[in-house]
Design a protein around this ligand. Structure first.
Ligand code: TMP
Ligand code: ASP
Length: 245
């Protein structure tokens, strides 16, 4: 028991910075299979055309993501989450990220409203699942499965697995948030390859979800930053408070 604890401790020692993204920094650990995700307060929108910081966002997103990954893992969704290390640090499995942003929509908002001329909040007759190609230089364009296969971004089997897990996450998280008085309008997932298997990666937080308060319709997510709606920190804190209940 003691020896195992020590080994885990060693694996948690922060190594070299491997990658810095818009909202997170990735560090190596002494264990080649594990990395550390460090959550920053930096916020960007519209492919980084808008930049800012949201005080305490990193801490709140780390805590919210931790709760959500623990919940999903308990429900049988394989994730990269290993454990929480500190306020801003999460230990996760090292994966090869599939270069797709997988988006689920339960109501029209954001880019779907713009693309199809739908008023924000319009109900959808069925769930929409979209793929965007993770390419900042191209502005993460919307693509379909034939593009994914043509560009070798993932195999047909991987796409099927990604679709299955994504719809499972939507079922689980829609109920999870509904129990907290929040409607899950849409969200974005990223997946990775780990020892030949597809697992859920990245983060799930108010940066990557649209969450509207049931009853009032108040936006409790990054749209407050994107559209200068004010009370940004308070909105993230409200989501954290509810998730912690
Ligand atoms: P969109 O309506 O702007 O396409 O966003 C759909 C969902 O995906 C929304 O919940 C926000 C999330 N999202 C990200 O997590 N990262 C991104 O880069 C974008 C554009 C959206
Ligand atoms: N995070 C993305 C960016 O800066 C977009 C967004 O979330 O709206 O580009």
């Amino acid at each position: 028991m003691m020896a195992q604890d020590k080994e885990e401790g060693a694996a948690m020692k922060k190594g070299n910075k491997l990658y810095e993204g818009k909202a997170k920094i990735i560090y190596a650990t002494e264990n080649p299979d594990l990395i550390i995700q460090y959550f920053k307060d930096d916020a960007t929108a519209f492919n980084a055309a808008k930049k800012g910081t949201i005080a305490g966002k990193g801490v709140m997103n780390n805590k919210i993501s931790t709760k959500i990954f623990e919940f999903l893992a308990a429900k049988g969704v394989p994730t990269h989450f290993e454990k929480n290390l500190s306020d801003r640090e999460m230990l996760v499995k090292k994966v090869e990220i599939v270069p797709l942003e997988v988006i689920v929509r339960n109501r029209a908002a954001g880019s779907l409203s713009r693309l199809l001329g739908l008023k924000e909040g319009t109900a959808l007759a069925s769930t929409v699942l979209e793929f965007c190609y993770k390419r900042d230089d191209l502005g993460d364009p919307l693509i379909n499965e034939s593009h994914i296969l043509a560009l070798n971004l993932a195999t047909a089997e991987e796409v099927e697995t990604i679709r299955k897990y994504t719809l499972m996450v939507n079922e689980l998280l829609s109920k999870f948030f509904a129990n907290l008085g929040l409607e899950l309008i849409d969200f974005k997932l990223e997946f990775g390859r780990c020892k030949g298997k597809i697992i859920l990666a990245d983060e799930i937080s108010p940066d990557t979800c649209r969450l509207w308060e049931v009853g009032t319709g108040k936006k409790l997510d990054k749209d407050r930053f994107r559209h200068d709606l004010g009370d940004i920190e308070e909105a993230y804190q409200e989501v954290l408070n509810r998730v912690n209940k």
